[in-house]
Design a protein around this ligand. Structure first.
Ligand code: TEU
Ligand code: CA
Length: 558
C-alpha cells in the first residue's frame, strides 16, 4: 500500500447528528451512516472523517467528550461502530476519527475528580488558577464569548476553558495527560481506524501567564498566547509514541496558523502531522469582529491567500483543501451564489478547490449544493456558539437583534448542521421523527434523490471531479502557478508536471468575464477534461466565461 495514500484521496466529512437517523428519534446515528455508505461509494470518496461520536453531554454537539472509549447513546453502540468500520473497509473507504484532546467535557471522570480537591490525583489534568480580588486569573476570553475562566466554588479556584464552560482545557504539561491521550489513540487505532482529525491541536500548549493586553500580537481576535515550541514537542512525542506505528493519515485543525507555521506541523522531516486545516481563506474579508462583523468577500484577497498556501507548502509540505465544514457556513452561500446561479457556482467552487494541490475535503451536503438557512426565530437554532454570541452582542448593545440575526444567517454554524437532504419526503428523508434541528425548507428541490441519477447534477459533477484525481497524476503532483493575478472576477491557475499543463479557469462573478490566455503559455495539444456548462467549445486563447463558469483543460506540448 502506498504510504502516501492520503495524497491521492478525497475525504468526506460526516456530522453524524445531521447525516441520517435510522431509529426515528430525530438524531442522526451510526446505523444511518451505514445506510448511507452506498451513496458515498457512488460519489467515489476514499476516506470518511467522522465528527465526534464519543459519549458526550452534547453541550457542543460531541466536541465535549465525557468518555473517549465509548459511543454516545444518541448515536448507538460500539458494536454499531465496529460494523460501520467493517462495512466502510469492505467498500475501500477508510475512516478517520475526530480527536478532541485540547479539552474534555466537565462531565468526564477526570474532571469530576479534578474539581473535588486541590490534592486530587487528577487535579493537574486541567488548568486551575486562583482569581484576583474576585476576578478571573487573567483577561483571556473564550471562543464562545465571555471569560475563558470558570469559577468553581468547591476549591474556590478557576479552571480554563477556551470554548464552552463545559469544555475544560486539558493540561498538556502533565505527562500523565499525554500518556492517557496516547493510550486512547492506540486503543482506537488498534480497532483498525485509519487516522485522526485533531481538534484545535495548535492550541494545546498555552502561556497562561501572558495576558491579552500584554500580547497585542494575538494572531486572531480571540486566540490566547500559545506556546508553539511546546505544541511541537507534544506532537513529536505523539508521533513517536503513536502515529509512526500505524499506516494512517493525520490532519490538524490549526486556527491562527500561517503557512510558515504550518510547515512546522506538516513538513515531511518534522515527523508530526500530514496536513493542517488553515483558517485564513474562510476568514477572507473579515474585520476585527471576525465572523460576526462586517465581511466583504474579495476574490483578489482569496486568490492571494490560496496561492500563498499552495506555494509555501509546495516543497515538503501538503495542503488540505476545503471551503465547507460543520463550523463554516455553506460554501455556495459564502463564496458563490445560492440563488440564480446556485448549481453553476457550486460546481465552479468545487472545481477551483479540487484541481489544486492537496487533499480535498467534501462536507456532507456540499456535493448537493446545499445552502445556508434562515430560521425566523432564535429558538430554531441549536449552536452554543450562536447563543453565547447573541447574548454577548445583543446583551451588550453592540448589535440589535435584527443585526445579530443577519450575522447568524451569514456565518452561523447551524447553516451547515441542518439535516442532510436525502429526498423530497417529510424531513428530507433524514428522519421519520422530529429532527433535532429543522430541515432547510429548500429540501423539496435540493436533495440526493433528485441528483444521483441526473448527469448534470452537482452530485455527478463532484463524482466526476473526484474521479479525475484518480485519472490524472498532474492533479495530485503538478506544481501550482497562479495566472491572471490581478483579475477581480476570474481565478485562473496552472498545474505543471513534466510536459503537461493543467489550465483551470473559474469565473467567480455573476457577469460574463473575459479570459485571455497569457502569451507565454505554449502548448500543442489541448483536451477539455471538465466544465460546468454543457457547451461544446475548446477555444482557450480568448474566452468569455459565463457567470460562475469553470473549465479545466489538459495542455501538452507534443
Ligand atoms: O473548532 C475550533 C474553532 O476554531 C472554532 O472556534 C471555529 O473556528 C469557530 O467555531 C468558527 O466559528 C473546533 C471544532 O471544529 C468546533 O466544532 C468546536 O466547537 C471547537 O473546536 C471546540 O471543540
Ligand atoms: Ca437516531
Amino acid at each position: 500500500m502506498d504510504k502516501n495514500w492520503w495524497k491521492k484521496s478525497v475525504v468526506y466529512q460526516i456530522y453524524p447528528r445531521s447525516f441520517k437517523d435510522s431509529n426515528g428519534d430525530g438524531i442522526g446515528d451510526i446505523k444511518g451512516i451505514i445506510e448511507g455508505l452506498d451513496y458515498l461509494q457512488k460519489l467515489g470518496i476514499n476516506v470518511l472523517w467522522l465528527s465526534p461520536i464519543y459519549k458526550s453531554p452534547n453541550d457542543d454537539n460531541g466536541y465535549d467528550i465525557s468518555d473517549y472509549r465509548d459511543v454516545m447513546d444518541e448515536f448507538g453502540t460500539m458494536r454499531d461502530f465496529d460494523t460501520l468500520l467493517e462495512e466502510a473497509h469492505k467498500r475501500k473507504i477508510k475512516i478517520i476519527m475526530d480527536l478532541v484532546v485540547n479539552h474534555t467535557s466537565d462531565e468526564h471522570e477526570w474532571f469530576k475528580e479534578s474539581k473535588k480537591s486541590k490534592y486530587n490525583k487528577y487535579r493537574d489534568y486541567y488548568i486551575w488558577r486562583s482569581g484576583k480580588n474576585g476576578e478571573p486569573p487573567n483577561d483571556w476570553i473564550s471562543f464562545f464569548s465571555g471569560s475563558a475562566w470558570e469559577y468553581d466554588k468547591t476549591t474556590e479556584m478557576y479552571y480554563l476553558h477556551l470554548f464552552s464552560k463545559k469544555q475544560a482545557d486539558l493540561n498538556w504539561e502533565n505527562s500523565e495527560v499525554r500518556k492517557e491521550v496516547f493510550d486512547m489513540m492506540k486503543w482506537w487505532l488498534d480497532k483498525g481506524i485509519d487516522g485522526f482529525r485533531m481538534d484545535v491541536i495548535s492550541l494545546i500548549a498555552k502561556d497562561i501567564e501572558i495576558t491579552r493586553e500584554q500580547d497585542s500580537k494575538v494572531t486572531m481576535s480571540i486566540i490566547p498566547k500559545i506556546n508553539e515550541e511546546r505544541v511541537h514537542e507534544y506532537l513529536k512525542e505523539m508521533n513517536s509514541e503513536v502515529l509512526s506505528k500505524y499506516d494512517i493519515m493525520t490532519v490538524g485543525e490549526t486556527p491562527g496558523v500561517d503557512p510558515e507555521k504550518a510547515l512546522k506541523f506538516v513538513g515531511e522531516s518534522r515527523n508530526e502531522l500530514n496536513m493542517v486545516f488553515q483558517f485564513e481563506h474562510v476568514g477572507v474579508g473579515d474585520g476585527p469582529d471576525g465572523k460576526w462583523g462586517k465581511s466583504e468577500f474579495n476574490l483578489k484577497e482569496f486568490k492571494d491567500i490560496m496561492s500563498k498556501w499552495q506555494d509555501a507548502l509546495e516543497n515538503g509540505g501538503w495542503n488540505s483543501l476545503y471551503l465547507s465544514n460543520h463550523d463554516q457556513p455553506r460554501s455556495v452561500s459564502r463564496f458563490g451564489n445560492d440563488t440564480e446561479y446556485r448549481e453553476e457556482s457550486a460546481k465552479m467552487l468545487a472545481t477551483c478547490i479540487h484541481m489544486m494541490k492537496g487533499t480535498p475535503y467534501v462536507y456532507q451536503g456540499e456535493e448537493l449544493g446545499m445552502t445556508n438557512v434562515k430560521f425566523e426565530s432564535l429558538d430554531d437554532y441549536r449552536d452554543i456558539e450562536t447563543f453565547n454570541a447573541y447574548k454577548d452582542y445583543v446583551g451588550s448593545g453592540k448589535k440589535t437583534k435584527e443585526e445579530m440575526m443577519e450575522a447568524i444567517y451569514k456565518r452561523g454554524r447551524d447553516n451547515a448542521r441542518t439535516p442532510f437532504q436525502w429526498d423530497d419526503s417529510g424531513n428530507a428523508g433524514f428522519t421519520s421523527g422530529t429532527p433535532w434541528i429543522k430541515v432547510n425548507p429548500n429540501y423539496k428541490y435540493i436533495n440526493a434523490k433528485a441528483q444521483v441519477d441526473d448527469e448534470n447534477s452537482v452530485f455527478n459533477y463532484y463524482r466526476k471531479l473526484i474521479s479525475l484525481r484518480k485519472q490524472y497524476e498532474i492533479i495530485v503532483n503538478g506544481k501550482y502557478e497562479l495566472i491572471l493575478d490581478d483579475d477581480e472576477n476570474i481565478y485562473a491557475y496552472l498545474r505543471k508536471l513534466k510536459n503537461e499543463i493543467l489550465l483551470v479557469m473559474c469565473n467567480f462573478s455573476d457577469k460574463n468575464s473575459e479570459f485571455n490566455l497569457p502569451a507565454d503559455i505554449k502548448y500543442g495539444k489541448k483536451e477539455k477534461i471538465i466544465s460546468n456548462y454543457n457547451v461544446d467549445y475548446d477555444e482557450i486563447e480568448k474566452v468569455v466565461l459565463k457567470p460562475y463558469e469553470a473549465r479545466v483543460y489538459l495542455l501538452s506540448n507534443k
